[in-house]
Write a protein that binds this ligand. Sequence first.
Ligand code: AMP
Length: 145
Amino acid sequence: MRISDILRVKGDQVVTVPPGTPVEQLLEVLAQHRIGAVVVSRDGTAVEGIVSERDIVRALAARGAGVLGEPVSAIQTTQVRTVEPDAQLEDVERLMTERRFRHVPVVVGGALGGVVSIGDVVKFRIDELETERSTLADYITGERT
Ligand code: AMP
């Protein structure tokens, strides 16, 4: 199974913010889209960083409420791990587990082409298991040969 199989279902839209966006505004973007992370990009194509709710929590704990007025660039992660659409789902699961992050941007020819979250991966796995379970049940009960 490849990452492109997930993108085919969920689409290639990615929420991005420019690096100068104040953290307070980032909170609104995350809440409005009901997501946990955004890609930081000036042009919506080049991945300059990623910023998740965890970065906000850590910065608030370290520096207090003044963080809300800081730009996203002050709290983002700039060493972003990305994958290409033909990456194997198992490899991306391993990457997320080992590196302890829940979002991986998908890059196509150097341009942002989607994002996969741990929620997408879990949903995909559950659907896959359900299909497998019902095929086996049909086979056992003789509804399918
Ligand atoms: P998350 O689990 O995705 O909320 O992110 C946990 C931490 O990892 C935060 O500091 C993020 O900025 C960072 N992070 C999230 N996704 C990635 C990624 N694909 N590459 C590098 N760092 C990431």
